[in-house]
Write a protein of this length. Structure first.
Length: 130
């Protein structure tokens, strides 16, 4: 299952419900690849572009803003095992692990060289396993 830049359009309780439903329907060892804007990103222009109510396309409809800890914690709470693929740590450093597209292609990622007016555009990307 692939969820690219969707969950930020829901409040936390709705995201919890979506993740619970997905978990229920996944077969054992099934996975979800998730990408959302990263609230720990070091570039203030990126934050302004993607934050709820921000200046970027679709940001006026963003209702939640996640970082590696908040989304990982929610996924673990629901029952998933978590593998962080691309994220910004607490020191605002962009961490990118090498990953393949077998679990879904994330177009808005630093590793895919996403073209945007925002420097170093990246996403918080997580593989979550049942």
């Amino acid at each position: 299952m692939l969820i690219e830049h969707v969950l930020e359009h829901f409040v936390e309780e709705e995201v919890r419900f979506i993740l619970q439903q997905a978990f229920f329907h996944l077969k054992p060892s099934g996975n979800i690849r998730i990408a959302v804007p990263d609230s720990n990103h070091p570039n203030p222009d990126y934050i302004e572009y993607v934050r709820p109510g921000g200046s970027g396309a679709g940001a006026d409809d963003h209702k939640s803003f996640w970082n590696f800890k908040t989304l990982s914690d929610l996924l673990k709470e629901v029952g998933y095992k978590v593998n962080l693929l691309e994220y910004c740590d607490y020191d605002k450093k962009i961490i990118t692990k090498e990953f393949n597209d077998d679990n879904g292609i994330i177009h808005r990622s630093l590793s895919k060289g996403f073209k945007c007016d925002i420097e170093n555009y990246s996403s918080l990307i997580i593989d979550a396993y049942k």
